[in-house]
Design a protein around this ligand. Structure first.
Ligand SMILES: Nc1ncnc2c1ncn2[C@@H]1O[C@H](COP(=O)(O)OP(=O)(O)OP(=O)(O)O)[C@@H](O)[C@H]1O
Ligand SMILES: [Mg+2]
Length: 347
């Protein structure tokens, strides 16, 4: 963005601590089905498959971008990983440990390590609290400061880190612009020194001119602190800019994932191609792909049989794609580029 098309690479570069490619968070066959419809008539109750068997890995210090159309399950996946909602099935492994069975008490020390930044910097900050109290609250909950003075200093340091002046402390959220409020939200998330942050559309409510500033702030903070991000966005250009790896989601499933250059440079899934084709581009050849994504995604309540994308897919093979679910697998062994498709693009 902001004129730069440079991509981030798998390694974390020469800055800060040496690259530690260890897995920090992994989901294994994770699923969330929501009951929908009338609960009076239990038999008519249907299940909405918001997340349907997702296995995704985020390494220490890296950014994994998560993209896909509205309603495909991105936020649900992010909330499952943080255990803000309980999975219907599957595992969430944090730093080697399955956290799904943990009690609230056992989760507490982990809650500190996993944070979330929300889309809407207006509704996610308590309007009656000062910035000092908003950022200081988490420090108090986790008893990270010995004295009030220490806490004050920590808050001031955090505000500086996110590009706000310490005199912001005594003010209330409504006194700030959208971008500044998002900085406050980031300072709050950082207050507990997290290792992992789910960024759920953190810039989509902001003016375009402000978006790049917040994205660059997140990238700088990652370089400095080594924090890992799951970066949820429907803005494919931003995701390309900020991510090391990318996962593409469709109707509750990951249909393609890989390094950012693999997925953007040589997309294999017809859905990924269609999504990338939907990015405004002067290339007339891409027009044809745009047509593919006309119409809404099918419902996650009664998802299509076989490949979930087959009803909209230009490469559908009858009697295969409509019958059997393709698994997410590497076409080229060892490449790390995976696709769930019976007929992927392989040029
Ligand atoms: N608490 C809930 N009860 C019932 N259905 C839900 C609930 N939360 C989410 N859903 C449904 O699950 C599906 C996935 O929702 P989710 O919010 O995860 O999608 P998303 O990819 O984040 O979409 P967006 O890009 O619009 O934010 C949607 O069909 C949504 O309506
Ligand atoms: Mg969402």
């Amino acid at each position: 963005m902001s004129g730069s098309t440079e991509e981030r690479h798998e390694t974390t570069g020469a800055t800060a601590a040496p690259a530690r490619p260890r897995t920090l968070v992994a989901t294994e066959g994770l699923g969330k089905y929501f009951p929908v419809g009338s609960s009076l008539f239990a038999r008519s109750q249907k299940l909405l498959r918001a997340v349907d068997g997702v296995s995704l890995r985020v390494r220490r210090g890296e950014t994994v971008g998560l993209v896909g159309e509205s309603g495909c399950g991105k936020s649900t996946l992010g909330r499952l990983i943080l255990r803000l909602i309980e999975p219907t099935f599957g595992r969430v492994v944090y730093d080697g440990r399955d956290i799904v069975p943990l009690s609230a008490g056992d989760m507490r020390p982990l809650r500190r390590k996993m944070q979330i930044i929300f889309q809407d910097p207006y509704s996610s900050l308590n309007p009656r609290m000062t910035v000092r109290d908003i950022v200081g609250e988490a420090i108090q909950i986790h008893k990270l400061a010995a004295t009030k003075n220490d806490e004050e200093e920590m808050v001031a340091g955090l505000l500086r880190k996110v590009g706000l002046r310490p005199d912001a402390m005594g003010r209330y959220p409504h006194e700030f612009s959208g971008g500044q409020r998002q900085r406050i939200g980031i300072a709050r998330a950082l207050a507990v020194q997290p290792e992992f942050i789910v960024c759920d559309e953190p810039i989509s409510a902001l003016d375009v001119s402000i978006q790049a500033q917040i994205v660059n702030l997140l990238m700088d903070l990652q370089d400095e602190l080594g924090v890992a991000f799951l970066f949820i966005s429907h803005d494919l250009r931003v995701v390309r800019h900020i991510s090391h790896r990318v996962a593409v989601m469709y109707l509750g499933k990951i249909v393609e994932q890989g390094g950012v250059e693999q997925v953007y440079g040589a997309p294999q899934h017809p859905y990924t191609r269609a999504l990338l084709g939907a990015v405004p581009t002067p290339d007339p050849e891409k027009k044809r792909l745009r047509i593919v994504l006309e119409g809404d995604a099918p419902s996650a309540i009664e998802p299509p049989t076989g490949c979930p994308f087959h009803p909209r897919c230009p490469r559908m093979i009858a009697n295969t794609c409509d019958r059997e679910v393709p698994t997410l697998a590497e076409q080229e062994l060892g490449s790390g580029h995976k696709v769930a498709c019976w007929n992927p693009h392989m040029e």
